[in-house]
Design a protein around this ligand. Sequence first.
Ligand code: GTP
Ligand code: MG
Length: 317
Amino acid sequence: MPADREPSTFSVEPPTPPVQSGGRFRSGTIALVGRPNVGKSTLINRLVGEKVAIVSDVPQTTRTRVLGVVHLPEAELVLLDTPGIHRPRHRLNEAMLRAARAALDEADVIFFLIDATAPLGPGDRAIIDLIRQHRAPVFLLLNKVDLVAKPLVLPLIDEARRLFEFAEIFPISAKADADFTALLRAAVSRLPEGEAAYPEDEYTDQTVRTMATELIREAILHRTREEVPHAVAVRIDEFLEDDAKALTTIKATVLVEKASQKAILIGAGGSMMKQVGEEARKEVERLLGRRLYLSLWVVVDEHWRQNTRTLQELGYL
Ligand SMILES: Nc1nc2c(ncn2[C@@H]2O[C@H](COP(=O)(O)OP(=O)(O)OP(=O)(O)O)[C@@H](O)[C@H]2O)c(=O)[nH]1
Ligand SMILES: [Mg+2]
């Protein structure tokens, strides 16, 4: 089946912990916002229980709003992961900021994530100013507490509290915590009563093609440094399903901005592309549940981050 006729959603195991919501079914939208790299995508994946968003230690990994659904017996939480909020320098970054703001506009509850390993910075304060323009209750999530000595967490909470009246405050580790029931329960209690918007077996609105594109980009982010990750975009040119052979073929173009970046990505004798291709293939095979033939082609496109048409083609506008 061609990629654009693929179902846009995937089956999942029944959801995690039962949450009481006072009798009636509740349903609503929760925006996850914060500076780049604070752990928003790690958290949405943990809460949904599926990989809906790619994760890397490179700031500005997420470039669009990524939707993930948590189905509970008495509630449906539609989570919106967003690009880390930062000062935009390209059309791409402007689009990323717009995506984050649009998610805030939709939110019944806002999860504001900060990195508990660092003091509150001007970036966090700017986001608090943005959040002030919204009525939705804001939960402060101090993430990465697994990396912080406990006595350092309280002063950070005090400092944040002086800036804004948070509805709830949770120190969490999106990576290490085993149980997010308390956070989910608190969020559900703030959602309006209403019907579920997504069937129980759907956990994202992304197409398989979009998710595969992102998994290829993630494999690149895992292996590149400095300006290279920011200069990379991935476009799938061909997505073919061979049901008889249970094989999918993906041909994708990797855009970079400079010849030097292309050289880095290809690596000596193609070694880097080989590693990227291996990781991406495994991840996409896991997503598709079948074997994948993946072919990647690196192309220099000097101004793609500024080019409206390319940004549209890439799904960023
Ligand atoms: N130790 C630790 N690392 C974490 C935790 N949460 C996230 N990380 C790491 O922090 C880095 C950034 O995580 P992401 O989830 O990509 O962060 P993000 O906020 O989505 O970043 P952007 O998409 O760039 O805005 C990754 O290397 C994660 O593995 C945590 O609770 N503890
Ligand atoms: Mg992210």
